[in-house]
Write a protein that binds this ligand. Structure first.
Ligand code: PEP
Length: 255
């Protein structure tokens, strides 16, 4: 399962519908020679169908930025896992720190969302964890990562070749322009892997989990991350919003 690294482009709420389609078309044209890496694009909800249509015939996958835990019902404004599958998504980001900050999402909700996503076929949850600046400054990162993983994933049944991606995103590095040191990411990924091993056993972790890093990855720092132990890919925000910059980033990674 772990042959190719995965790069997930999180476009957040940074582009209009028209800009989203335009950028997707440019990526489709420019990325024709890209191989050896899996790419997924996470546009806003209203763009999913059109982006999916543009990406048809390419290897670029569709990712949603959020999901609700119920399947159908009176949940105004929400979108369920099976609806995302219907829309062509193969991945969905869960519990991004911006949702934790602005929408008051907590790890009980993140747990429900992850469970619901694992309950449908062909949809992989990308579960975000990561410490804030205060937690890092006071040396609480390891416990925070352990605790978030426990809250998000405890008790989940991982069946067959179902995939779960854990995205380690130190909150203070997201959108800051400065990534953490690769060695620090490597250490955090090791903590995550050991915690997952404790929770699910090494075999399941090796076969079913990926651990990716997110936080100000760009063309200058990406190379330092890509060959790290226990790093299966990256979640990229700002550097994926410009076709040339994103292409350069992918080339740095695949070289
Ligand atoms: C993100 O949104 O998850 C992210 C990593 O953003 P950026 O690359 O801009 O820090």
């Amino acid at each position: 399962m772990k042959e190719e690294k995965i790069i997930i482009a999180n476009w957040k709420m940074k582009l209009s519908l028209a800009e989203t389609i335009n950028l997707t078309k440019k990526i489709k044209t420019k990325f024709k020679d890209v191989s050896g890496v899996e790419i997924a694009i996470a546009p806003n909800f209203i763009s999913l169908l059109e982006v999916g249509a543009v990406l048809k015939g390419t290897n670029i996958k569709l990712c949603a930025q959020d999901v609700f835990w119920e399947d159908l019902g009176a949940y105004t404004g929400e979108v369920s896992p099976s609806m995302l599958v219907e829309a062509g998504c193969q991945y969905v980001i869960i519990g991004h720190s911006e949702r934790r900050k602005f929408m008051m999402e907590n790890y009980e909700m993140i747990h429900r969302e992850a469970k619901a996503v694992l309950g449908v076929e062909n949809l992989t949850p990308v579960v975000c964890i990561g410490e804030n600046w205060d937690e890092r400054k006071t040396d609480r990162r390891d416990f925070v990562l352990y605790d978030q993983l426990q809250q998000a994933l405890s008790g989940l049944d991982i069946m067959g070749n179902q995939e779960i991606i854990v995205a380690y995103e130190p909150i203070w590095a997201i959108g800051s322009g400065t990534a953490i040191e690769p060695t620090e990411a490597e250490y955090a990924h090791k903590i995550i892997k050991l915690t997952l091993n404790d929770m699910f056993g090494m075999k399941i972790v090796n076969n079913n989990f990926k651990i990716i890093y997110g936080g100000s990855i760009n063309t200058k720092n990406a190379k330092g991350f890509i060959d790290l132990d226990n790093l299966d890919g990256m979640l990229v925000g700002g550097a994926s919003l410009d076709v040339d910059e994103f292409y350069k980033l992918i080339k740095v990674i695949t070289k």
